[in-house]
Design a binder for this molecule. Sequence first.
Ligand SMILES: Nc1ncnc2c1ncn2[C@@H]1O[C@H](COP(=O)(O)OP(=O)(O)OP(=O)(O)O)[C@@H](O)[C@H]1O
Ligand SMILES: [Mg+2]
Length: 330
Amino acid sequence: MILRERAVVPSRGTVGVTGDETGEVIVEARELYKAYGTKVAVGGVSFGVRRGEIFGILGPNGAGKSTTLEILEGLRDPDRGVASVEGLEVWKNKRAVHARIGVQLQSTALFEELSIADNLRLLAALYRHPLPVGRLLADVNLADRADAPLGTLSGGQQQRLSLAAALVNDPVVVFLDEPTTGLDPQARRSLWALVRDLRGRGKTIVLTTHYMEEAEVLCDRVAIMAGGQIVALDTPAGLIARYGGGLTIRCDFSGPVEKYDLAALPGIGAVAGSDGVEGHYTFRVADLERGLIALLHSAERQGTPLTDLHVRQPGLEDVFLNLTGHTLRD
Ligand SMILES: Nc1ncnc2c1ncn2[C@@H]1O[C@H](COP(=O)(O)OP(=O)(O)OP(=O)(O)O)[C@@H](O)[C@H]1O
Ligand SMILES: [Mg+2]
């Protein structure tokens, strides 16, 4: 069988479109656009994923994450734009691309009544050079459950099995659509460890999530997606430094204090919020040490003791709020 492999421009090793791209770009989305009727699911999305990174697409329900992934996987054709994997335009080279990628869909269809090993054997039969089932099961820590019927697995075990299913063809790029949704924190962490192992073995991972923590601790770079657009793309630390809004101090005083007097203290910045209770405020911090000392002195001078004090580092939650005006859960 002759496989048509047409390289697209830019091809391997070139610079992607969004974000600070250094290193080889292995997956690229260029101006992807997809509408369902009048609903624009993906409205001009561009990014490049580097070889060997864990790249996350973070966004709320309906942001367009799955549609973007499905276009990159060759499961949907974009109305406009180009998706490529290892320099191959996906839609025009589906067979060649499918040999290089592993896909875990948001819900994986496997056979309930078959054992987990048999489920993997069935999938392996679809490929010319599958990995041995025993190795796949060992890689996702399921070797001891090989003969268990699928229906008896816990949620976390099922997700690990569907990860194994995505690895059957020993892919170069692994796409995971919300791999930890619905899992408890322990199962989530064990899946993160497996994803890091994959990166350690040189795989490139593209995943979607709506968990801030997952994006922050697991992903090397994160594209924040909302309303079919990528609104920011960087490392978690880069996003937080640029859009997080800086350190805040939340302080609760035992009685009324003039918040504008507090905001004028050295080291303290603007009032960032108030929970509506008299004497409870959140301030931005320009200089933590000076700010804390000034606050404590001020409380002492005014005879209004502090009853609570928190210093908070911003996270991706703050980034999302600052970029979109609402929280991810809204
Ligand atoms: N087959 C379809 N037909 C019509 N509309 C669709 C279809 N698939 C997705 N949509 C719409 O496109 C938008 C983006 O959907 P998509 O599934 O890509 O979002 P998502 O970010 O993956 O959301 P979730 O977090 O819920 O999985 C949504 O408004 C969705 O309702
Ligand atoms: Mg989805």
